[in-house]
Design a protein around this ligand. Sequence first.
Ligand code: NCD
Length: 301
Amino acid sequence: MATLKDLISAQQLQKKDVERLLASAQKMEKSISAKSVQCNNKIVATLFFEPSTRTHSSFAAAAMRLGCPILTFNVANSSIAKGETFEDTIRMFDSYADALVLRHPQAGFAQIAADIASHPVVNAGDGGNEHPTQALIDIYTILSLKKSIKGLNVTLAGDLKHARAMRSLFYLLGMFGANITLASPAGLEMDSHLVRKVDEKFSPQISFSRAPSKESDILYICRIQKERFASPAAAEAAQGSFRIDARFLQGAKKDMAILHPLPKHLEIPPEVDASPHAKYFQQAKYAVPVRMAVLKDMLAL
Ligand code: NCD
């Protein structure tokens, strides 16, 4: 069975890789509560240089569900505080663990780690660049809700300039033939190089908008990525026009599903959580079987 060496970018995935991982995730979902010793004591290191709730815990849960022990790392208590380089830190974990799950605030650092490490590296988010496992979770969620993606109207809404989850998902949606609307405030548009690449490679229907659409089958919104803005005021200003609240949902397409990579902030007030449109907690739950499938693939279990 084919396995990936590293998973750094959605763009390295062929459709057959995505399909293999999603089929495996479906098996994982069914076996999630079964006791397992599949992992053969292979150790998964989780190296998070940036805050995380879901990604870290779901990778850890996925590793544990597979029977793999995890080795965690806390940047503030590590020798990084004594001036050790990122490269040396990776070398150390490469010699202690069998796979490295890495999150880093700088774009490109997952690839740097993969170039150094002999063991597989999974990109759990590198700056504003990519978050390929989140995109696999998103595709898995959409398929479980809508059965097929081809021709589905999917709106990606919010800070498309800085949100790595959106960049990885945009690529996979193109691969699966969705009709994609990119809705962002002025100045926060999806990178035009990536739009051109997706267009040239997959020719999906792509349109652009300044507001989230009530007509979508899937409305996927993300928070304004404040930490990647030069000025907090600019981030605040961008927030206003992208808000999915109870009022917005009046007159929305009946079976429109709202997805969000979480954490959500002002763009979805808590009143929406109880709406039948809100599918983001279900989406977050799928993180475990999908990440089990990715780890299983990379560790060749
Ligand atoms: C996202 C991330 O870290 O990129 N969260 C996640 O992994 N589910 C989205 C975000 O922080 O907005």
